[in-house]
Design a binder for this molecule. Structure first.
Ligand code: OOG
Ligand code: MG
Length: 262
């Protein structure tokens, strides 16, 4: 760790306030270029602790920057991990208040719900599939708190990987009943196809992204609990949205989920 507790507290409070008040900010590594990965995750942990203290509940976790399309779009080379709380949840077909966000983008994702706790290190695609209950379509709404959506990896980790809203829906299927590598997805905005892809775009197999999350949690002395929802990462580049937009994600064999920006 390069930063002291007081600095970590201040940065967490600052980024949390920017999220709640839909204010953008300069990336935290500008003022703290020596920040370490542990510092970045320690800031994220403090934001989660503040949310839980404020009455939120942990809904699950997310892996991000897990596809080449996303890495290329953001100019980075490694996945990152964040948390999801119930206050980010939007019902299927529901509305997102655009005024509560800075510059939202949406991502088509395949989501997992675990049946058993998973522990790393050593978690593999096979262990993820064995411990999973269902998989289902999910739209993640990301909203980096950094000006112009520009960041480096440590800054985006500190900012809880741009997490802001999420919606799951369609129909869930048994995680072991489908080949998630060849599962196709279509993302539509206002009735026009804006992105297409297949599960393999996410580190070769969406379950591999979940295994990476579990191994990451294991390095930090944590496990992925039973019943956790996991967003495995955007299959395509993220798509910018504004008020008035209607988004629909269809996933092969799993129906569709939609969300409206008002
Ligand atoms: C970071 C979060 C990326 C994903 O699915 O790749 C992410 C960002 O691009 O702002 O959630
Ligand atoms: Mg995402």
């Amino acid at each position: 760790m390069a930063l002291d507790d007081k600095t970590l507290d201040q940065l967490a409070e600052h980024l949390h306030a920017c999220q709640r008040e839909a204010r953008d900010t300069l990336k935290v590594t500008d003022d703290h270029p020596d920040m370490t990965w542990d510092d970045a995750y320690a800031i994220q942990d403090r934001i989660l602790a503040a949310k839980l203290a404020g009455g939120a509940h942990l809904a699950g976790y997310k892996a991000g920057l897990t596809s080449h399309a996303k890495m290329k779009q953001m100019g980075v080379t490694d996945p990152v991990f964040g948390f999801l709380v119930d206050e980010f949840m939007v019902p299927a077909g529901g509305e997102v208040q655009t005024s509560e966000l800075i510059h939202p983008k949406v991502e088509p994702e395949i989501c997992f719900v675990t049946r058993h706790e998973l522990q790393g290190p050593g978690c593999s695609i096979a262990s993820v599939l064995a411990a999973s209950d269902i998989v289902l379509p999910g739209i993640e709404v990301i909203d980096s708190r950094y000006r112009d959506f520009k960041f480096d990896l440590k800054s985006v980790v500190a900012d809880n990987t741009s997490a802001s809203r999420f919606v799951v829906g369609g129909h869930a299927v048994d995680a072991r009943s489908v080949d998630l590598r060849t599962t196709g997805i279509v993302l539509e905005k206002n009735g026009q196809v804006v992105a297409t892809g297949a599960g393999a775009a996410v580190v070769g197999h969406p379950a591999a992204a979940v295994a990476m999350l579990v191994n990451h949690l294991g390095r930090r002395g944590k496990t992925l609990p039973a019943g956790a929802l996991v967003f495995s990462g955007g299959i395509t580049a993220a798509v910018a949205v504004t008020a008035g937009d209607n988004l629909t994600l269809s996933v092969q064999g799993m129906g569709s989920v939609g969300v409206r920006f008002v």
